[in-house]
Design a protein around this ligand. Structure first.
Ligand code: SAH
Length: 251
C-alpha cells in the first residue's frame, strides 16, 4: 500500500493557531513525526496516532535528516495518512525540501499544509506591523545558523539591507549578531525586539537598540526566540524605554 505524507505546520505554539486542516489531519493520522518544538496540547489532537519525536532542537538530541526521510518513506508504505509536523510553517527553516525530494523520489505523494511562522506570531505579540507605509516596504527572514556540511551564506547582506528583519535561531548568539550587523553598516541605534515563546502564555519580549541586543537576549528562558529589527519598532521601543526609565526613577 502507498500512503500519503502531509508536511504540516504546527504554528508558533498556541493550539488554536493551528489551521483547521492541520487539526483534521492530526486526528486522522496513524503516525505523526514531530519536531521537539511542537507543544503537547497540539500533539494531543493526534489521538489515534503513534507519536515519533524526531528531534530538531539546537544543541540537543536530533535525528539525522536522512534517517527521518527513511522513516517517512517506511511509514508511507504501511499507513495511509502520515503527518510530519513541523513548528511554525514547514517551508521556512525546516528542511522541508529535503523531505519532499526524498518522498517524491520514492514515489510517495506529499502535501504541504502551511502554518503561522514565528515571525508573524512575533509581530502579532508585539502589535507591531512588519511593514508600514513610508517606513518599511520589505521584510527579510534570515538565520545565521548553518547546518553541518552546508555552504556559508551571506545572511548579513540582506539583514543589513532590509527595512525589517526577523532573525530565526539567533538569540543564542545575539552578541555576535549585533557586532556583525553594526560592522556591516546597520546603525547601532536601530530598534530591536527579542520575543520568546510568541503566542504562548509564557511569551515575553524585550525592546531596545541594536547596540544593547546582547543584554536583551541574555537570560532568556528555554523557549524559542526571534529577534526583530527595524524602524517599524521605533515607537514601541521608545515607549518601553520611557517606562523603564520611570521605573528606574521610582526606584
Ligand atoms: N519553521 C519554523 C522555524 C523553525 S526554526 C517557523 O516557521 O516558525 C526554529 C526557530 O524558530 C527558533 O530558533 C526561533 O527562532 C523560531 N521560533 C519558533 N517558534 C517560536 C516562537 N513561538 N516564538 C519565537 N520564536 C520562535
Amino acid at each position: 500500500m502507498k500512503g500519503k505524507v502531509f508536511l504540516v505546520g504546527a504554528g508558533p505554539g498556541a493550539v488554536d493557531l493551528l489551521t483547521l486542516r492541520a487539526a483534521r489531519l492530526l486526528s486522522e493520522a496513524e503516525v505523526v513525526f514531530h519536531d521537539a518544538l511542537v507543544n503537547a496540547e497540539i500533539l494531543a489532537l493526534a489521538a489515534r496516532a503513534k507519536l515519533i519525536p524526531v528531534g530538531k532542537r539546537c544543541g540537543r538530541f536530533s535525528t539525522a535528516q536522512t534517517f527521518i526521510n527513511k522513516q517517512l518513506i517506511d511509514a508511507a508504505r504501511k499507513h495511509p495518512v502520515i503527518v510530519r509536523l513541523k513548528g511554525g510553517d514547514p517551508m521556512l527553516f525546516g528542511r522541508a525540501q529535503e523531505e519532499i525530494d526524498a518522498l517524491t523520489a520514492a514515489g510517495i505523494e506529499v502535501e504541504v499544509v502551511p502554518g503561522i511562522t514565528a515571525a508573524l506570531a512575533a509581530s502579532a505579540s508585539l502589535k507591531v506591523s512588519l511593514t508600514r507605509r513610508g517606513v518599511a516596504r520589505n521584510v527579510a527572514f534570515v538565520t545565521p545558523r548553518i547546518g553541518k556540511m552546508e555552504a556559508a551564506s551571506d545572511w548579513l547582506a540582506s539583514a543589513v539591507a532590509a527595512d525589517t528583519v526577523v532573525i530565526y535561531m539567533g538569540a543564542g548568539e545575539a552578541g555576535a549578531i549585533a557586532l556583525a550587523l553594526i560592522e556591516r553598516g546597520r546603525s547601532a541605534s536601530t530598534p530591536v525586539a527579542v520575543i520568546e515563546n510568541a503566542s504562548l502564555p509564557t511569551e515575553h519580549w524585550r525592546f531596545g537598540a541594536l547596540r544593547n541586543l546582547p543584554a536583551l537576549a541574555e537570560n532568556l528562558g528555554a523557549g524559542p526566540a526571534v529577534i526583530v529589527l527595524g524602524q517599524v519598532l521605533r515607537e514601541r521601543a521608545q515607549a518601553e524605554a520611557t517606562v523603564r526609565e520611570l521605573l528606574r526613577q521610582a526606584g
